[in-house]
Design a protein around this ligand. Structure first.
Ligand SMILES: NC(=O)c1ccc[n+]([C@@H]2O[C@H](COP(=O)([O-])OP(=O)(O)OC[C@H]3O[C@@H](n4cnc5c(N)ncnc54)[C@H](OP(=O)(O)O)[C@@H]3O)[C@@H](O)[C@H]2O)c1
Length: 298
């Protein structure tokens, strides 16, 4: 199996490089080798590699910055995703693409299912939703995996930020009224590899569609921070307090949904694939970092 991977230096892309390697030949691109803002480059990369699978882990992920540069977010998250899908169709390849809980407004009082109507609150969510539409419109075999609250033992993310802040003296003020499932990039990449290991691309193409793929369970950002602190307790006996606050006390340019919970039932029912509970993924990620971390930092 030949796999074209985009976003190889991102959280998910990095983990996909590892997880997909045993499945065949992975031809991985970072932004410097394949800039998704340049349509011709996308076309020529796909036509040169002639992949069986395109795994698109590249995205414009700066949620707050997207409010002031929505066109840039749209170019990468919607236009480029659509071109990848058209090229996947032309090549007879399966497109595996990642989307987000931010396509929903968070008003539902239960976990979102795939069929719930989207209503993004911010520009990033709108660009990711437009990407979903372009992929479906292209008619390529595809899996759109919607995930949430992604972190890894490298790069910039909530997990790494909390680890740093716990080493500083100031109290941590963390939002408690947004609920979701922290999902490690490693567990998401492993689940992606599991799908490709269990089913051939033809079978996956027949089950084209949108699937929610987050770690199990849910918590608030405050609960996530508290669990990280718990794992650090042995190493850091003296920690600053963690203070729960409301989102309104921490205004950001992009509004976030209060309820980011996604039901993973469909992924389990269709494919028998399920990510571990978020606490288990967090412990594994923390252990990995403490054992020396991923091969290299970004
Ligand atoms: N992070 C989350 O909390 C979260 C939540 C839900 C869904 N998702 C989705 O999960 C997927 C993976 O996200 P992630 O967390 O791994 O994001 P990430 O760590 O920000 O990685 C995204 C990668 O895309 C690359 N990229 C950005 N613009 C590009 C361009 N014009 N051409 C080529 N590459 C470009 C970035 O390169 P640079 O390093 O050069 O910028 C980066 O390596 C995305 O589809 C994202 O929307 C993420």
């Amino acid at each position: 199996m030949r796999i074209l991977l985009t976003g190889k230096n991102g959280q998910v892309g990095w983990e996909l490089s590892r997880a997909l390697a045993p499945l065949g030949e992975v031809v991985a691109f970072g932004r410097e080798e394949l800039d998704l803002a340049v349509p011709d480059r996308i076309v020529s990369a796909v036509r040169t590699v002639r992949p069986d699978v395109i795994a698109n882990a590249a995205a414009y992920t700066a949620v707050d910055r997207a409010e002031s540069e929505p066109e840039a977010a749209h170019t990468i998250n919607a236009v480029a995703a659509g071109i990848l899908a058209e090229e996947a169709k032309r090549a007879g390849a399966l497109l595996v693409h990642y989307s987000t809980d931010y396509v929903f407004d968070g008003a539902k009082n239960a976990p979102y299912v795939e069929e719930d109507p989207p209503n993004p609150l911010n520009a990033y969510g709108r660009s990711k939703l437009a990407g979903e539409y372009s992929i479906r419109a292209a008619g390529a075999p595809h899996l759109i995996l919607r995930t949430s609250w992604v972190y890894a033992a490298r790069g910039k993310n909530f997990f790494m930020t909390i680890l740093r802040m716990l080493r500083e003296k100031n109290p941590l003020r963390i939002v408690t009224d947004q609920i979701g499932a922290p999902t490690s990039a490693g567990a998401l990449a492993d689940a992606t590899a599991e799908l490709l290991r269990r089913y051939d691309t033809l079978a996956l193409g027949k089950m084209s569609g949108t699937y929610h793929a987050t770690a199990g369970g849910s918590t608030s950002w405050y609960g996530f921070a508290a669990q990280i602190a718990q794992l650090e307790r042995a190493a850091l006996p003296q920690m600053p307090p963690i203070v729960p606050i409301a989102s309104s006390e921490y205004p950001l340019p992009a509004p976030r949904p209060k309820n980011s919970r996604l039901s993973n039932e469909k992924l389990l029912r269709r494919f028998g694939v399920k990510l571990p509970p978020w606490e288990v993924c967090l412990e594994a990620c923390h252990a990995r970092l403490r054992q020396g971390g991923p091969a290299r930092e970004s």
